[in-house]
Structures are given as C-alpha cells and as structure tokens.
Write a protein that binds this ligand. Structure first.
Ligand SMILES: Nc1ncnc2c1ncn2[C@@H]1O[C@H](COP(=O)(O)OP(=O)(O)OP(=O)(O)O)[C@@H](O)[C@H]1O
Ligand SMILES: [Mg+2]
Length: 245
C-alpha cells in the first residue's frame, strides 16, 4: 500500500493524544507501529481504520492515492474494506465462532446466510478452527479466539488488515500460533498495519516501522534502519529499554 499522513491531531478533552502525526511510505507491505504504552498507537490505528475521527484541523490521510474522508457515510465504506483485529474481547460472547464470522458478512457485506456460512467455514478451516466452529468464545482458548477474530477479518476479503496487539492477551504458547498465522498472511502478500510489543516478531515481519511516543512520530522508515541504526536518541532509549526485557 501507499500511505501518506499529514498532521493528524487527536485531542480527548484537554489531552492532546496525537500531536501532529505525519508520515509517508511510497510502498509498504507490513507497517509496524511500535512505541511506549500510552504513546498513541491504538488511537492512530483507529483513525487510519476510520473508527475514530481526527481533530478537524485540516489533516490528511491518503491510502493508495485515496483520501480518507472523515464523514460517517464515507467512513462506513472505508471500514468495509479493512479487516481489523484488536487485542482482546472483540468477539460477541453470545455467538458461536461461526456466527461471529458470518455476522458481518450478512449484515455489512450483503451475503446470504448460506453464502456467509460457506465463506466463514472456509476461513475457519484455514486457521484449523473447523472443529471449533460451534463453540462460543468462552469455550475457546485465547489463541483460538484470536484466530477466529483473524478469520473474521479476512473473510470479508479486505484490501488492508489492521491488527492492534493481537497477541498481548495471550500466553507465550498461544502467541506463537497467532504470530504464525500473521506471518502466513504476510507471505501471501497482504498489506498490514500492525501494532505490536513483540519486538522479535516486529523485526521479522516489518518492512517499514514507525515509532510513536507521546503522540509524536519519533522515527519512521525501513525496518532494518530503524531497528539497527535508529537516527535519534529517543528511539535508542526506547530500544534499550524494551530489549532489556
Ligand atoms: N476514548 C478516549 N478518551 C480519553 N482518552 C483516551 C481515549 N482513548 C485513548 N485515550 C488516551 O490517549 C493516550 C493514547 O492511548 P492509546 O491507546 O492510543 O496508546 P497506545 O500507544 O496504544 O498504548 P498501549 O501500548 O498501552 O496500547 C492514552 O493516554 C490514553 O489514556
Ligand atoms: Mg494500544
């Protein structure tokens, strides 16, 4: 994807959570957003996904030469083209795995029940969940739940995938399975924006990286460069801290 962001500001009350985010990637397949907790990564991802409005300050978000228009009607169309997966709790607890995947296909994408079930089963099968399709989220492991959420995200045939810390609520064993699925999708050539605290994984999958802290972009660019030769002191300090653990 091509991505150009100019001067995105987001204020909650008096708190300026995003303080003029600008970045530009002529071509990026896996963009990984990293940075300290509270720095604004989720807020920024939600704005890119059209789930949140930026402040009306004349900012611009352009994805593949198309400007995102922050008006409800246009945003609804924008959201239909993006598969999103969040940290946790994003499945409906009263629906089975299968119903969680079929719901947006029927309600948002206009598929009939049989079409939606076929699409959903194919997506679940792909992530080795077919035998769990009748279970509700509470009857699934954390890793299985997250794979259902990923199946749901790809079932709509999105042009982009936005994942926000998809493994942060999982134990290490479950994390591995979810990261494998993400890597597989990446290898298929899908375009990703991914927020993660898993530095090893970030390094492995990212082709471009943006480091966000205190509502500002500290640094962005090719993964090898940002990870191995960060340009500024603040980035070096961040890496020194996260790599210690
Ligand atoms: N709806 C909201 N109302 C008020 N403040 C909010 C809201 N959403 C986020 N914030 C604040 O914005 C700041 C940035 O939050 P955000 O969730 O974007 O950070 P983050 O980088 O994703 O952090 P983490 O790594 O912990 O997930 C935080 O101080 C948070 O408290
Ligand atoms: Mg977050």
């Amino acid at each position: 994807m091509k991505l150009r962001v100019e001067n995105v500001v987001k204020t909650f009350g008096t708190h300026r959570v995003l303080d003029g985010i600008s970045l530009h990637f002529a071509e990026v397949q896996t963009l990984v957003l990293i940075g300290p907790s509270g720095g604004g990564k989720s807020t920024f991802l939600r704005i890119l996904a059209g789930l949140e409005y930026p402040d009306p300050n004349g900012c611009r978000v352009v994805i593949d030469d198309e400007a995102v228009v922050y008006r409800e009607k246009e945003l609804a169309a924008h959201r239909r083209t993006i598969g999103t997966v969040f940290q946790a709790y994003n499945l409906f607890p009263h629906l089975t795995a299968l119903q969680n995947v079929t719901l947006p296909l029927e309600k948002v994408h206009g598929q009939t029940r049989p079409e939606a079930e076929e699409t959903a089963m194919a997506a679940l099968r792909r992530f080795r969940l077919d035998e769990h399709s009748h279970k509700k989220p509470a009857e699934l492991s954390g890793g299985q739940r997250q794979r259902v959420a990923i199946a749901r995200a790809i079932a709509i045939k999105p042009r982009l995938l936005f994942f926000d810390e998809p493994t942060s609520a999982l134990d290490p064993e479950m994390t591995g399975g979810v990261l494998e699925v993400i890597e597989e999708l990446r290898d298929e050539g899908r375009d990703f924006v991914l927020v993660t605290h898993e530095m090893g994984f970030a390094r492995r999958v990212a082709d471009q990286v943006a480091l966000l802290a205190e509502g500002k972009i500290m640094e962005f660019g090719a993964a090898a460069q940002v990870f191995d030769a960060p340009a500024n002191e603040a980035s070096r300090q961040f890496f020194a801290k996260v790599l210690k653990y």
